[in-house]
Structures are given as structure tokens and as C-alpha cells.
Design a binder for this molecule. Structure first.
Ligand SMILES: [Cu+2]
Length: 124
């Protein structure tokens, strides 16, 4: 049990949470590295929470991104897979190749086929 607690603490210290809401009362929580280095591969985690506060799976989940002001997408094709943490997803193989304002767009289709779209905007 203490091992689990330690792991959880480590995760909280080394990541930051970006919370975004959609119209239906769902929120996405993105766990990103606190310091994102340019041109370095890193991983993010995501979880989706409904209006009752329960973590929800996505029947379909896609993630795209890029720099809107530069009109280009991501320089890599990151892979999204379910994480070992219950209900979370891990995005691996993502990197950003220049400083500026980036967006990640998450499209989660839930088990009732409702679509939940989130746009996360952040500066590097
Ligand atoms: Cu750019």
C-alpha cells in the first residue's frame, strides 16, 4: 500500500494537470510533464470524468494537435493506449519541435456514442 502511495505522489510532483470541460459536463484531465523540452520525446496521460465525477472510458479516442498560428500539425504520430492506472490513457511518442502555442485536440466517443471534444491550449 505504501508503494502505491509513493508512486502516486511521484506522479503528482512530476506532472501538471490541465483540466478542460465540454458542454455535456465532462472534463478531460491531461497530465503533462512540468517542463516540456523542445524536440524531446515524452509521454502524457489523460483521463475523462463525467458530470458525476466518475472516470469514464472512451469507446473511441483520437488525439490530434499542432500549432494553429503556424498551420502545422504534430511532427510525430503519437500513440494513445489505455494506461495501467484504471481509466487513464497514455500518449507516447509526442514531441514538439519549436517553442510557441500548441494545441492538443481530444475526441472521446463514450460507450453511448456521445462525442466529447476537448481542445487543450498551452505554451512551450
Ligand atoms: Cu510551429
Amino acid at each position: 500500500m505504501s508503494l502505491v502511495v509513493a508512486t502516486t505522489l511521484l506522479t503528482i510532483i512530476s506532472s501538471q494537470e490541465i483540466v478542460t470541460a465540454d458542454d455535456s459536463g465532462w472534463t478531460s484531465v491531461a497530465y503533462s510533464p512540468v517542463e516540456i523540452s523542445i524536440n524531446q520525446f515524452h509521454s502524457w496521460e489523460f483521463e475523462f470524468i463525467n458530470g458525476d465525477g466518475a472516470t469514464q472510458p472512451c469507446a473511441q479516442l483520437t488525439i490530434n494537435g499542432g500549432m494553429p498560428s503556424h498551420n502545422h500539425g504534430l511532427p510525430t504520430e503519437p500513440a494513445i493506449t489505455p494506461a495501467t492506472n484504471k481509466g487513464r490513457y497514455v500518449l507516447e511518442g509526442i514531441k514538439f519541435h519549436m517553442p510557441g502555442t500548441w494545441q492538443l485536440v481530444l475526441n472521446c466517443e463514450d460507450n453511448e456514442r456521445n462525442k466529447h471534444d476537448f481542445t487543450i491550449t498551452f505554451d512551450i
